[in-house]
Design a protein around this ligand. Structure first.
Ligand SMILES: [Zn+2]
Length: 246
């Protein structure tokens, strides 16, 4: 079995975060790299993706990936698309269709309103936080009948304020649009300016009326169980998956 982070969801919803353990990729992508855009062998990536599908009890073609571009486009899907949509968030009402967000430091955001029967996965790095990709995903969920006050949201492993060093000017720019991005002090462990993307998103979600926001896992730059672009540059991607039970 693959080791997975399994946060708790309301009945009818499932969602997990993968780690880097359990796949077939060789260094520097070892082991469970799910990214097909990072230089790893594509057949190995396919085998890794199939292993994740098996581990969660779905057919490999029921995993929907996206071509993530650090934007705020949201793709509403009702079945496996021909090609991965160019988007940074996916929304579906289809059952047994897992939405996949790939990351290595950016925040994988999983959202669900089981009463409306709608789930979403979003990719929120610094640009996504600044552009409001999660709010954009919630708007599409609302078009599908979801309500912010009924949402359960999990923010997966990502680089923390402890490690995400940015220039002072960039820190100011992020805070201008996402006031929650800087905890008191706003410094890395080394004492340099930093931003905390998960804190930014948690504050934004609370402001949008979402009562139930959880953090799963810790800082990817610190925890070698996860891929970290900041730590390793050439590396793999782990993933968050969310789906409505069939
Ligand atoms: Zn850290």
């Amino acid at each position: 079995m693959l080791p997975l982070l399994m946060p708790s969801w309301p009945p009818g919803v499932r969602g997990v975060f993968t780690t880097r353990a359990g796949g077939q990729s060789m260094a520097p992508y070892a082991e469970l790299n799910l990214g097909d855009h990072v230089g790893d062998d594509l057949r190995t990536v396919g085998a890794n993706r199939a292993a994740v599908a098996r581990a969660v009890g779905l057919a490999p073609d029921r995993l929907v990936f996206m071509e993530q571009v650090h934007g705020r486009s949201v793709a509403l899907v009702d079945g496996p698309p021909e090609e991965p949509p160019v988007a940074d968030a996916l929304v579906t009402r289809a059952r047994g269709l897992a939405l996949v967000v790939m990351v290595a430091d950016c925040v994988p955001v999983l959202l669900a309103d089981p009463e409306a029967g709608v789930v979403a996965a979003a990719h929120a790095g610094r640009k996504g936080v600044e552009l409001g990709v999660v709010a954009a995903a919630i708007r599409v969920m609302q078009d599908c009948g979801a309500r912010p006050e009924r949402l359960t949201v999990w923010l997966g492993p990502s680089i923390g304020g402890c490690c995400y060093e940015v220039p002072e000017q960039m820190q100011r720019e992020v805070v201008a649009v996402a006031p929650g991005a800087v905890a008191p002090g706003g410094r890395t462990r080394a004492g340099t300016p930093s931003v905390d993307l998960r804190a930014a998103l948690a504050a934004e979600l609370t402001a949008l009326g979402v009562p139930d926001v959880g953090l799963s896992g810790g800082c990817t730059n610190d925890d070698t169980d996860f891929f970290s672009y900041r730590r390793d540059a050439t590396t793999g991607r782990f993933a968050g998956l969310v789906w409505l039970e069939a």
